[in-house]
Write a protein that binds this ligand. Structure first.
Ligand SMILES: Cc1ncc(COP(=O)(O)O)c(C=O)c1O
Length: 355
């Protein structure tokens, strides 16, 4: 049975969270002499001399309308990378607890585990990049606190089967994190609406992909109030800066534009899949539910280097297990995609031996 109390690290259970000036006073006032800010202003805009709302209430309220979930179920991080790190720090005892990843997958689950001295177990995906449930099950022990599932997965691009994810959610007593960084490009529905059924579920999303705001650093975690209360206690008080909060609010007024971009990117993805599938040395273009494609192609490393000479950077994943000879290619603008395809034609031309 899932018991959150058993998962929280002892030192976090007893931790008394920092109480910021903005926590201790919340009401109407006109003279703020409580936070050692610069009362004169700043070289920029006067507004920025003040600390931001530590609870990001306005952003959460706007987001709750878009996501169809109450603000109490939303946590905001400095990128979802901060949420990943916080989940380890809240629930995994360094040197004792462990977490499970399903490689090939997003690299920060491993880096964050290493930073926090958390042992990592691996249940590699099957050749079709779906979960190996039988293997996963054998890895779980009494110290397993987190299972990381990335859907759609980076770098493979596919969504994990919903029934498999549900199986993990139903049978694991620790926390299951579903990283949905690329969900807006997928045919599958988000698991956000399933939070009511699963007290052990944390869903991660981000403003870095479909929203086009990677530079702002704004990630989201959706979970039960109880899980988020632990994360709130551990996060730095002002982890989302004022500029990010303001710009995120502005961006959320333009939801239509974001939906248009998603549609265009998905269309261009499908077109690019077709073009790559017709290339002579392409072994496979993996089906993608994300804003990138994974292409298995002969001499991937050489092509990567050739593209660099043309000023085009793709991600060489050929040294990653199960991604041998694979390049991960982000969908660009129409012009960038054309430039990429032209460069690939130049590559093939350079390979023909003159008679
Ligand atoms: C699966 C996945 N999760 C999380 C992130 C990081 O997102 P953020 O920019 O919100 O830290 C990435 C970035 O590439 C990603 O691929």
């Amino acid at each position: 049975m899932f018991q959150l109390d058993k998962l929280i690290r002892d030192n976090i259970k007893t931790l008394k969270a920092y109480s910021s000036a903005r926590d201790e006073f919340s009401g109407e006032a006109s003279v703020f002499l409580d936070a050692n800010e610069n009362s004169l202003g700043s070289p920029l805009k006067k507004w920025y001399n003040r600390y931001p709302d530590p609870h990001q209430q306005a952003v959460k309220k706007a987001l709750s309308l878009i996501k169809g979930i109450a603000p109490e179920h939303i946590f905001l991080g400095n990128g979802s990378d901060e949420c990943i790190d916080l989940l380890y720090r809240c629930f995994c005892e360094p040197g004792k607890d462990n977490a499970i990843i399903c490689p090939p997958t997003y690299g920060m689950y491993e880096v964050s585990a290493n930073i926090n001295n958390i042992a990592l177990k691996r249940a590699p995906l099957l050749p079709d990049f779906q979960l190996n449930l039988a293997h996963l099950e054998t890895l779980i022990d009494e110290n397993t606190k987190l299972i990381w599932l990335c859907s759609p997965n980076n770098p493979t691009g596919n969504s994990l089967n919903r029934a498999d994810i549900e199986m993990v959610l139903n049978h694991f007593d620790g926390i299951v994190v579903i990283d949905e960084a690329y969900i807006n490009f997928a045919k599958q529905n988000s698991f956000i609406q399933d939070l009511v059924d699963y007290p052990n579920l944390v869903v991660l999303q981000t403003f870095s992909k479909a929203w086009g705001l990677a530079g702002l650093r704004l990630g989201m975690a959706f979970a039960s109030k109880e899980i988020l209360a632990v994360m709130d206690k551990v996060k730095p008080p002002y982890n989302i800066n004022q500029v990010t909060q303001e710009l995120a609010l502005k961006a959320m007024e333009e939801l239509g534009q974001v939906k248009d971009m998603i549609r265009i990117l998905v269309d261009m993805r499908e077109a690019l899949v077709g073009v790559f599938e017709s290339m002579p040395t392409v072994e496979k273009v993996y089906p993608s539910d994300a804003n990138f494609i994974l292409v298995k192609i002969a001499e991937a490393r050489k092509i990567y280097e050739f593209l660099l000479t043309k000023g085009i950077v793709v991600r060489d994943r050929s040294s990653v297990q199960l991604c041998e000879d694979c390049l991960r290619i982000t969908i660009g603008t129409e012009q960038e995609n054309t430039d990429l395809v032209d460069a690939m034609q130049d590559w093939y031309a350079s390979q023909t031996i003159p008679e």
